[in-house]
Design a protein around this ligand. Structure first.
Ligand code: HAM
Length: 423
């Protein structure tokens, strides 16, 4: 029996984990600049949590969840996104009791959606997400968008655009839903069965239907902006004014509604024009959710957040040469059994002193070992033959200058520290 990887998942081999480590490090640094703290929640949660928060009429909940019953007869689901779990934890751990008023959290990790795999779309994928909970202020919407833009800029990604829209408050959305219903009513028999169900339960979801998206009625559908209450309009105007002040480039996209149910007011997406991304051009998205905390059983607490798909960031990462090609400090090349025993002692001493080292355990010839040292990008090689063991010395060669020196065993660390210090 041959085993192969499950459809829609990938192995990240050492050549790509370098890019991923670079990406993760950069995201952590930006999170720290924005004073956003990390939160880690489980990869599975009660199924009901996602039904309640992401919404029963969404594709994510209806078609894409990995749901299973555990041995205790509980229905659990591998998280399809991070917001629901973070908000659950925020409520359960009473993080809302915060004298600073705003709780800023980030997470990074695998998410699971049963989707048709293609470039930038997997069944197990990774998100870097941010949630800012506690304030309804448009300044916080802009703090989120600013952070999202900082991320793409820091990665050196070009041809990326911030698209924004507003869904308004509860009242605006109710008015909008009524308008959508009367708009789609005459064409309802021509729409797919899913849309017919959405029409009754949540007509907003019709707008992100992948089956009916080319139906002419979609082009003429009413826009959210025409149904805003005065206060919702003022919120959005302030968001736009703040983006203008910060000279953040954005485009108001009246068709942007997002595919998850918890949003209100500002919604946004970071879209790349990189042709390599094809249908996976949306690098990240998010928006405001003012009722979600309450929906999940907490005290009324507004929130806003976003998440990037990390696979998509990795594909779009053009400046791959930025990813430091890190090698090791020392590669030790012992010749013979006695030399190998001594090399083991030397390597542990060097590692204890903070040097990145490796050595040959295969008992190969000098030429093969030098080739390995090259592949490992070792700054120094250390030759240890019978002669060296007898005289209690090692031969250390600088891989760049090719200079070779003989050093007493007791002075190796001192020598290397001197070399690095002199750089
Ligand atoms: P989302 O738009 O569903 O939002 O996902 C965010 C990002 O995750 C997408 O823009 C995309 O880059 C990536 N993504 C989604 N599905 C896949 C997939 N199958 N394969 C690869 N990448 C994928 C959310 O998940 C919200 N929780 C974001 C948010 C946080 N809103 C407020 N706070």
């Amino acid at each position: 029996m041959k085993y192969s990887i499950p459809r829609g998942t990938v192995d990240l081999l050492p050549e790509s984990t370098k890019t991923w480590q670079y990406l993760e490090q950069l995201l952590r640094t930006i999170a720290s600049n924005y004073n956003v703290q990390e939160i880690r929640t489980p990869v599975f949660e009660m199924t009901e949590l996602f039904q309640r928060s992401v919404g029963e009429t969404t594709d994510v909940v209806n078609k894409e969840m990995y749901t299973f019953t555990d041995k205790g007869d509980r229905s659990l689901t591998l998280r399809p996104e991070g917001t629901a779990g973070v908000v659950r934890s925020f409520v359960e751990n009473k993080l809302y009791v915060n004298p600073d008023k705003l709780t800023k959290l980030y997470y990074m990790g695998p998410m699971f959606r049963y989707e048709r795999p293609q470039k930038g779309r997997q069944r197990q994928f990774h998100q870097f997400g941010v949630e800012m909970l506690g304030l309804e202020s448009p300044y916080v919407d802009v703090e989120c968008m600013n952070m999202a833009v900082t991320i793409v800029e820091s990665l050196g990604l070009r041809n990326v655009k911030l698209h924004i829209n507003t869904l308004g408050d509860e009242e605006s959305r109710e008015n909008y839903k009524v308008a959508l219903k009367s708009h789609f009513k005459p064409v309802l028999p021509c729409l797919c069965p899913d849309c017919q169900a959405r029409y009754e339960k949540n007509p907003l979801r019709i707008l992100d239907c992948k089956v009916d998206k080319d139906n002419p009625s979609f082009k003429t559908a009413p826009k959210t902006q025409d149904f805003l209450t005065d206060s919702a309009k003022a919120h959005f105007e302030k968001v736009c004014a703040l983006l203008d002040d910060l000279e953040i480039d954005y485009e108001v996209d009246p068709n942007l509604v997002r595919g998850l149910d918890y949003y209100c007011h500002t919604v946004f997406e970071v879209i790349s024009e990189d042709p390599e991304l094809g249908n996976a051009a949306t690098l990240g998205g998010g928006g405001r959710y003012n009722s979600l905390v309450e929906e999940i059983g907490g005290p009324s607490t507004p929130g806003v957040g976003f998440a990037f798909g990390m696979e998509r960031l990795a594909i779009a990462l053009k400046n791959k040469q930025d990813v430091a090609e890190e090698g090791i400090d020392v590669y030790i090349m012992p010749m013979g059994d006695e030399a190998r025993d001594l090399a083991v002692q030397i390597i542990s001493m060097l590692r204890a002193n903070g040097f990145r080292c490796d050595m040959d355990y295969a008992g190969r010839g000098m030429k093969a070992m030098f080739k390995t040292a090259d592949r490992m990008k070792a700054n120094y090689t250390m030759i240890l033959g019978e002669e060296e063991v007898k005289n209690e010395v090692v031969n250390i060669k600088n891989s760049v200058t090719r200079e070779q020196v003989t050093i007493d065993l007791g002075k190796i660390v001192e020598f290397l520290e001197g070399e690095y210090g002199n750089e």
